[in-house]
Ligand binder design. Structure first.
Ligand SMILES: [Zn+2]
Length: 156
């Protein structure tokens, strides 16, 4: 059973990448106070670069200040588990659409070069594996190989 991950407003890039990597990630906007954030934690693990917030967290907390993106995603996968890719913007699980069933008007070049499409049922957005995706995939492969070589025994 996957556990919910939470990230504070400083960690927007990490939160978006974690969702696409398949981690159930709640991202708190900067308009929330520390007390409001603490009140919204329902089990799970909080990722924050705010040491005081981390110490006050009623749930598990990862203090992120010294951690690079591979390490962050690695810990999130270990502590929260991961499933299918999620929408970077809203955290809903994405549907995978084979190219021929993509009923959206797409540029012919996109249709010609891409087979797999992802659809967010909440944002009604369609994604495909463009150059941005290739960069993310490279990062995700690094995390995968760290998970394979180290397992989750050394998680912090
Ligand atoms: Zn979405």
């Amino acid at each position: 059973m996957a556990v919910k991950c939470y990230a504070d407003a400083m960690l927007g890039k990490f939160a978006r990448l974690a969702r696409v990597y398949g981690i159930d990630m709640e991202y708190f906007p900067s308009t929330l106070s520390d007390n409001e954030i603490l009140g919204m934690l329902k089990g799970g693990i909080l990722f924050t670069s705010d040491q005081e917030l981390c110490q006050r967290s009623p749930v598990g907390c990862v203090y992120t200040a010294q951690l690079d993106m591979v390490e962050l995603l690695y810990r999130a996968a270990c502590l929260c588990g991961k499933g299918p890719s999620r929408c970077a913007y809203c955290n809903k699980e994405l549907y995978i659409l084979p190219g021929e069933s993509a009923f959206f008007p797409l540029p012919p070049k996109v249709k010609a070069y891409h087979q797999d499409f992802f659809y967010c049922p909440q944002c009604k957005k369609l994604y495909w594996k463009g150059s941005h995706w290739a960069r993310m995939l490279k990062l995700f492969k690094e995390v995968d190989s760290k998970l394979e070589s180290e397992g989750c025994h050394n998680r912090g």
